[in-house]
Design a binder for this molecule. Sequence first.
Ligand SMILES: Cc1cc2nc3c(=O)[nH]c(=O)nc-3n(C[C@H](O)[C@H](O)[C@H](O)COP(=O)(O)OP(=O)(O)OC[C@H]3O[C@@H](n4cnc5c(N)ncnc54)[C@H](O)[C@@H]3O)c2cc1C
Length: 413
Amino acid sequence: MSKRASTDHSCDVIIVGAGIAGLAAARHLTAAKKNVIVIESNSTPGGRVRSDIIDGVTIDRGFQLLNPAYPEAVKMLDFKALNLRSFTPGVRVRTSQGTRTLIDPFRSPRTVLATAKSVPGTRLEQVRFAAYMTELAKGYGRELQYRDDGTAYDALSGFREIRDDVLGPFLSGVLFDDSMTTSRRLVDVFLRCFVRGTPAVPAKGMGEIARQLSQGIALSLNESAVRVTPTSVTTNARTHTARAVLVATDPTTAAYLIPGLPKPQMRSGTTWWHRAPVPVTSLNNGLPILTVDADRTGPLVNSVVMNAASPEYASTDQALIASTALGTGPHSSADIAKHLSYLYSANTSRWEIVAVQPMIETVPAFEVGTPFRKPTRLDNGIFIAGDHRDTPSLQGALVSGRRAAAAIRHALA
Ligand SMILES: Cc1cc2nc3c(=O)[nH]c(=O)nc-3n(C[C@H](O)[C@H](O)[C@H](O)COP(=O)(O)OP(=O)(O)OC[C@H]3O[C@@H](n4cnc5c(N)ncnc54)[C@H](O)[C@@H]3O)c2cc1C
């Protein structure tokens, strides 16, 4: 690409999409003194990571968490400014016999005995599980990306009861899939992050991540790209020209804008936000811990009391509960209330729905053999970024933005 061409263009780089990947790319390119414009079809940046205030409570777009052990988040985000509010590093499992609370003994030594009693399976399975998690926690994460691949179901078969009653229900909410056919490489990388970091939310909502990343970035909001070439983007408003174009949209829009680009299968889900007229301490003893259902007795794959972690989400005289099901339904609110009643052993008849968020596209599927890094520049010269080019996570979106920015810098040098 010639340097002379830049004088004819409105900027060096046009980025389509102000999700986490597009914003990360914009930050890297801006830091490298490139003139960047980010075009975003929505009225706010963030894409799948946004928050709203509804009736005085903070609602994220779908229940999601930031793991501070994500290596790219450590480099890109100012955790202190985000004012992270942590969840309990573990999981509460509802079974037909009651509940098991499994908390990471390394980060909460006082819970060692209680957790040891709660881990299901034979002694041998428990030892194998402890060894597996210890192996994931140490060493380098990159090695996990290149190990022999297979399904998560097979990889975790050394401790079947833990897989079926704890890890399976937990992972189905992370992957938006309960088939356990996901690549074991991805699952290992995710499990490694969970043992190394305590998931959290910014005090004022996940949208703060996008807000932080977009500081100082030239954004053109409410503008939708309808056509892209390697040096131009036509939108509903105008045609922009640039020395490079980066498509950082969701995978479905990317496949529309770039004919021939394969589109990954997308997982779907629905999150319900309830407000319960009870003190936040009355559910799960006030523990901000994810609850899953070992026996899958209802539609929900997980539920959590958000303001037990972050009092900024809602006042503590009420409980704000986020609960997620796979797919987009149909689920009646009565079925959801019934399942919540089982999960929390609570009367949910006075719980009020604040929001229901059906999401046809949550994260891309990551089947066995999926590469961790897909090319950032296509044969037609257009650059591409997004979680579908790396891993389906905030970490993947951030890495993909960085990789695309590096490729653009190289091309423009
Ligand atoms: C419910 C849910 C829960 C999740 N939970 C977690 C979690 O706990 N932890 C985790 O790490 N990850 C989680 N994820 C995944 C994570 O949110 C995504 O991987 C990440 O946000 C993807 O970012 P992205 O920039 O690749 O794409 P997107 O966020 O999809 O951004 C694409 C942007 O492009 C814009 N756009 C689309 N079309 C156009 C157009 N024609 N013109 C201009 N702009 C356009 C969109 O409006 C959007 O802003 C979750 C996702 C969901 C949906």
